[in-house]
Design a protein around this ligand. Structure first.
Ligand SMILES: C[S@@+](CC[C@H](N)C(=O)[O-])C[C@H]1O[C@@H](n2cnc3c(N)ncnc32)[C@H](O)[C@@H]1O
Length: 254
């Protein structure tokens, strides 16, 4: 089965548990980490009133809804019907009008050079060919449009592969870029397939296709929210890398 079909089926099965677990609010942008830094800490997206925004891998659309409340014209995309079901219910309850599309990010069919902002929180790690998706994102954006995304921080992936999950030895390297197959709970009968890259690779891919990198943050759960002593370890390294990139239309290495 393909990566995307596996992840779609698994997200359909896992959605209820995920939404209960993260419980993100609908009035702020979270960068995909529970108790991590938010848009009010990082100020990456800025004023979106009247701006056209696409959210890729939206889940329950917490971010899309928060931006729609600020006046953005929002399109939310996710591969999982179950996640989109949550997202639609949330948008109705929060009284915002959002266009929802059930689609694989790799297959989205939206107009090019149309959007001011593309966001994607904790979703692009599910994509095997991330370079192709970065190019798709660039093509969706207007000139000087913004891409703001949180992606797996490879340092976190290699530490947890080695010390937490006992994954195969090749995954313990920071430089591993192959697939990692994992289960949310040990006895789940479904699995996810994710990919990560060293931060330098994300930056080089983005700049090579014509993005200017404006900011890079590495974020983790904040110390004050850690409840169990054994979890203190996980505050010592970043969990996600958040990148803000501007579509300047030509490769910086040209
Ligand atoms: C960890 S959740 C993050 C959801 C949301 N952005 C958040 O921060 O809560 C990852 C999301 O990516 C979606 N996803 C995974 N692979 C995808 C793909 N190829 N195309 C579109 N969505 C995908 C999943 O269905 C899931 O909703």
């Amino acid at each position: 089965m393909s990566t995307n079909k596996t992840n779609k089926d698994s997200w359909n099965k896992h959605a209820v548990r995920y939404q209960k677990g993260v419980n993100f609010p609908f009035d702020r942008v979270d960068y995909g980490i529970v108790n991590g830094l938010t848009e009010s800490d990082l100020s990456l997206i800025g004023n979106v009133s009247g701006k056209k925004v696409v959210e890729l891998g939206c889940g329950a659309a917490n971010c899309g809804i928060a931006l729609a409340k600020q006046g953005a014209i929002v399109t939310c995309v996710d591969i999982s019907e179950k996640q989109i079901e949550f997202a639609k219910e949330n948008a109705t309850r929060e009284n915002v009008d959002i266009r929802f599309i059930i689609s694989d990010i790799e297959e989205i069919n939206l107009p090019e050079a149309e959007y001011d902002v593309v966001i994607s929180m904790a979703a692009l790690g599910y994509i095997e060919n991330i370079e192709k998706v970065f190019l798709k994102i660039k093509n969706l954006l207007k000139d000087k449009g913004l891409f703001i995304g949180s992606l797996p921080d490879a340092i976190s992936s290699c530490i947890t592969s080695r010390y937490l999950w006992n994954d195969p030895p090749e995954t313990h390297s920071y430089f591993y870029t192959g697939a990692t197959k994992w289960k949310w709970e040990d006895d789940d009968d479904f699995e996810f397939i994710t990919y990560r890259h060293p931060i330098s690779e994300y930056i080089n891919m983005l700049t090579d296709i014509g993005f200017y990198i404006r900011k890079v943050y590495e974020i983790q759960e904040q110390l004050e929210h850690v409840e169990k002593e054994e979890d203190l370890f996980h505050v010592l390294y970043p969990n996600m890398v958040v990148i803000k990139a501007i579509n300047i239309g030509y490769p910086l290495n040209a």
